[in-house]
Design a protein around this ligand. Structure first.
Ligand code: ZN
Ligand code: FE
Length: 251
C-alpha cells in the first residue's frame, strides 16, 4: 500500500512523496530540507528521485539528497541537469516501490520535460496544473498542446499530481473563459474553502480537469465563443488553445 504525501517547498511547489512503511520516493525535490525532515519523522529510507524537468524549483534539492543517500535519479538528461543517473525516454517503464510507471515525453514547457504515469496516477510537473497549464519556455505551442492531449487521453479516474499550487488563481481565469460551467463554479467554491484552510487542492483527476480546465476544453463551444469574442478568427482546437495560452500570459 503506497501513500502519496505533498510537501510544500519554496513558494508554491509540491514535492510529492510516495512511501510505504519503510521506503520513499520523491518527485521534483526543489529543496532537500522538507524531504529530509519528512523521512526522519516517518523513519523512511529514500530509494529514488523522479525528476520531471530541469527548472531549479524542481531540482534544487537533488544534490543535497544525493550526498546523503546513494539513490538513482530518473529523468531526461540535459547539460543543465547533471543530477540524472538513470536516463528515461518516452514509453520507458520503471518500478517505484513495486508500482510500475511509464514515462511520457511532455514537451512544450522545457525540452527535457517528462511525466510518470501509473495505472491510477500521473506526475505531470509543470505541464498540466489544476485548472491550468504550464508556460511555453522551449519548444512549440503545438508540442505543449500535444503533451496536454497525452494527459487528456488517460483514464478519467487518474489522479493528477501537479508540481505547483496554482489551482485557485487558474480557476479565476477559467471563470473568465467558461462562466456558465456549473462544475467549474463548484470547483471554485470547493477550492476557495480548501485554500482558506491552507489545504492542497491536489491531486485532481483527469476527469475533473477535462470538465473544468479551459486548456483541455478548446474544442468546446463555450470556450471557442469566448475566444472569438476576443477576436480569434478560427474555431480550430489548436488555434483556440494558442489564443487561450496567449491571453493567460497577459493576465
Ligand atoms: Zn518548470
Ligand atoms: Fe515549476
Amino acid at each position: 500500500m503506497i501513500t502519496i504525501t505533498p510537501l510544500l517547498a519554496l513558494r508554491d511547489n509540491y514535492i510529492w512523496v510516495l512511501h510505504d512503511q519503510h521506503h520513499a520516493v520523491v518527485v521534483d525535490p526543489g529543496e532537500a530540507a522538507p524531504v529530509i525532515e519528512f523521512l526522519q519523522q516517518h523513519n523512511l529510507d529514500l530509494s529514488a528521485i523522479l525528476c520531471t524537468h530541469r527548472h531549479h524549483d524542481h531540482i534544487g534539492g537533488i544534490s543535497e539528497l544525493q550526498d546523503q543517500y546513494c539513490i538513482p535519479v530518473y529523468g531526461c538528461p540535459h547539460p543543465q541537469n547533471p543530477h540524472i543517473t538513470h536516463a528515461v525516454a518516452a514509453n520507458d517503464t520503471l518500478e517505484v516501490l513495486g508500482v510500475p510507471f511509464r514515462v511520457l515525453e511532455l514537451k512544450g514547457h522545457l525540452d527535457d520535460h517528462v511525466g510518470f504515469v501509473s495505472s491510477d496516477s500521473v506526475f505531470c510537473g509543470d505541464i498540466l496544473f489544476g485548472a491550468g497549464c504550464g508556460r511555453n519556455f522551449e519548444g512549440s505551442l503545438e508540442q505543449l498542446f500535444d503533451s496536454l492531449k497525452q494527459l487528456e487521453a488517460l483514464p478519467d479516474a487518474t489522479h493528477v499530481y501537479c508540481a505547483h499550487e496554482y489551482t485557485l488563481m487558474n480557476l479565476r481565469f477559467a471563470m473568465l473563459c467558461d462562466p456558465e460551467n456549473a462544475t467549474l463554479q463548484q470547483r471554485l467554491i470547493h477550492t476557495i474553502a480548501l485554500r482558506a484552510d491552507n489545504r492542497p487542492t491536489l491531486p485532481s483527476t483527469i476527469g475533473l480537469e477535462k470538465a473544468t480546465n479551459p486548456f483541455l476544453r478548446c474544442n468546446q463551444p463555450e470556450i471557442i465563443e469566448t475566444l472569438q469574442a476576443r477576436g480569434l478568427q478560427s474555431d480550430e482546437e489548436l488555434m483556440v488553445f494558442m489564443a487561450l495560452r496567449a491571453w493567460r500570459n497577459g493576465e
